[in-house]
Design a protein. Structure first.
Lengths: 421, 149
């Protein structure tokens, strides 16, 4: 009896905890109209929109605090440095890293992965060694390793996935050999939406003394991430996929790894002393931050993380989960739709193909309805090959999306069928 | 959806559904491959020359409605043309789909005029021009695949 009364109350409490209409008001771009219709932005896996708090933080920095960091005695430089380092502290807390020195600012997840390939990789991977990735990596977690393997005469191994788009963990374990020098794996597939059991992968790899890099570009905005709990050795993510600016991202690395790695780029800020004979490198994390960084970008990223934390990643994940379930049912029940990526554990991404309609045509028609989706191979051509498709349509969700927007997507697909069918 | 009809003209939809000259040609033909890495479209264009005249031209591959229809209508139009006429047609077609022919209508484009609506959809121009770029590569005997990027 009592549950009948409690349930609606709990729902009501939840509604006040996450109010999507209130959230939408934080994102000025959502007031744009596209071809005369309200914008329905479902391309969040490519990049997310930015809340006022982020736009203001960037503008505020340029208006009030702009100066170079880590070197000025003047007040502006001190203010800029403080804000920059506060953002690093926020990232540390966000990932639950042990130390702020383990947080390196880079241009994005791509650069983070390249940094590890070019420093850790070039030092530790030699002829005949192996780097192990999965079959559902983004090109950014394939190509840097391919380049490294080519240079060193090493071999790139690929752990397979099943037809649902789930990593075959047993197969991955079998591929861990005494020659494996690193596992590089996505936390959440951008093309399929599958969540990878990273903790399990890490413990299997660590049992054989193999370090693990996790590509968190998709996961960071959708799943709570705790690098100590995952016990991964590197974690990479991009600011722009988590409501922050483009051109800024993060490499987390365990201090003992970062300490042992040679620097990547040389220049200012990464040194402690320079003579023509010898340069002493700066301590962590500055050893990896040569040159004047994207200070405004870091401050914007700090604001984005602050925004996400105010709403709470658990609340965001729950909201997006409801959206994904609704979208899977709604779009999945349209005749001719074939869902690509049906893993038991998914987040944020609905990829599909349609009988007789090419993704590009569907994309154009949806755009005319104001619905922005991504069509193509999603920088994951090997995934497309795995499913024998040249391309898919991908709708990807963020905290500001609504069920009504998924209805708009579904109605757009029905229209396309009538139009091109 | 009136403006979508500008791009998806009846003739385009019809050719996309039942493309003409959708076949390979024999070993005595030249061929080239074209890719649009952005959307995964690819096509192979075959050209058989007799002297300087295009005796036969055909295509195969997979792509969106615009690229299929463009390839289909291109093959229909090119048959019997000289390579010089073909180049001129492509130039004309290219100007049309990129909206540079708006002022002066080019009657010699004939049926291909239906692609004028593509100019309103910049993201789709490459779909319409991929078969033509590939045709050109086949004509010139280029062995590297053509890409639209």
């Amino acid at each position: 009896m009592s549950t009948g009364i409690l349930l609606p109350r709990r729902d009501a409490a939840r509604k006040t905890a996450f109010d999507v209409e209130k959230v939408r008001r934080d994102f000025p771009i959502l007031r744009e109209s596209i071809h005369g219709r309200p914008l329905v932005y479902l391309d969040n896996a490519a990049t997310t929109q930015k809340p006022e708090a982020v736009i203001e933080a960037i503008a505020g920095y340029y208006r009030h605090d702009n100066a170079n960091i880590h070197r000025g005695v003047h007040l502006l430089s001190q203010r800029a440095t403080r804000e920059y380092e506060q953002a690093r502290g926020r990232v540390r807390k966000f990932l639950n890293a042990r130390k702020t020195t383990e947080i390196v600012f880079v241009r994005g997840a791509t650069e983070a992965i390249n940094l590890v390939a070019q420093t850790y990789g070039r030092t530790n991977v030699g002829r005949g060694d192996e780097v192990l990735i999965s079959a559902m990596e983004h090109h950014s977690n394939i190509v840097p390793w391919q380049m490294l393997c080519q240079e060193k005469g090493a071999v790139l191994r690929v752990a397979p996935i099943n037809d649902a788009g789930e990593l075959l963990v047993d197969e991955l374990e079998k591929l861990l050999s005494p020659r494996t020098k690193l596992v590089a794996i996505t936390h959440l597939s951008n093309a399929l939406g599958s969540i990878v059991p990273v903790r399990e992968v890490v413990s299997l790899a660590h049992a054989k003394n193999v370090p693990v890099l996790v590509d968190g570009a998709q996961a960071a905005p959708h799943l709570p991430v705790d690098v100590q709990d995952l016990d991964c050795d590197f974690y990479a993510f991009s600011g722009h996929k988590i409501y922050g600016p483009t051109g800024i991202g993060v490499l987390y690395g365990k201090a003992e790894f970062l300490e042992a790695m040679p620097p990547w780029q040389g220049g200012g800020d990464m040194i402690s002393s320079v003579t023509f004979e010898k340069t002493r490198y700066n301590k962590l994390p500055y050893k990896f931050e040569a040159g004047t960084p994207d200070i405004a970008g870091v401050i914007g990223l700090g604001a984005a993380i602050g925004y996400v934390e105010r709403i709470g990643l658990n609340a965001i994940a729950e909201h997006e989960d409801r959206l994904l379930k609704y979208a899977t049912d709604r779009v999945g029940s349209i005749g001719g739709v074939r869902l690509i990526g049906t893993a038991a554990k998914k987040a944020g991404v609905l990829s599909f193909a349609m009988e007789h309609i090419h993704p590009h045509d569907l994309g154009s028609i949806l755009d005319h309805e104001g619905v922005a989706v991504r069509t193509g191979h999603h920088c994951a051509q090997p995934v497309m090959d795995r499913f024998h498709l040249p391309a898919t349509v991908r709708a990807s969700f963020a905290l500001y999306n609504t069920a009504a927007e998924i209805d708009a997507l579904a109605e757009g697909i029905e229209k396309a069928k009538r139009f091109l069918g | 959806m009136a403006d979508l009809r500008e791009m998806y003209q009846e003739a385009i939809l019809e050719h996309a559904k039942s493309p003409r000259n959708f076949r390979a040609l024999g070993a005595d033909s030249r061929k080239a491959e074209g890719f649009n890495p952005l959307c995964g479209d690819h096509c192979t264009v075959y050209v058989k020359l007799k002297g300087d005249v295009i005796e036969d031209v055909s295509f195969q591959g997979s792509g969106c409605a615009i690229s299929r229809a463009s390839a289909s209508m291109m093959t229909q139009t090119l048959k019997g043309k000289s390579s010089r006429e073909a180049e001129n047609l492509f130039e004309n077609f290219h100007r049309t789909v990129t909206g540079q022919n708006a002022a002066q209508k080019k009657p010699e484009l004939g049926k291909l005029e239906v692609f004028a609506g593509v100019s309103e959809f910049p993201a789709r121009v490459k779909c319409a021009t991929l078969p033509w770029h590939t045709f050109q590569a086949a004509l010139h005997g280029e062995h590297e695949p053509v890409t639209t990027e």
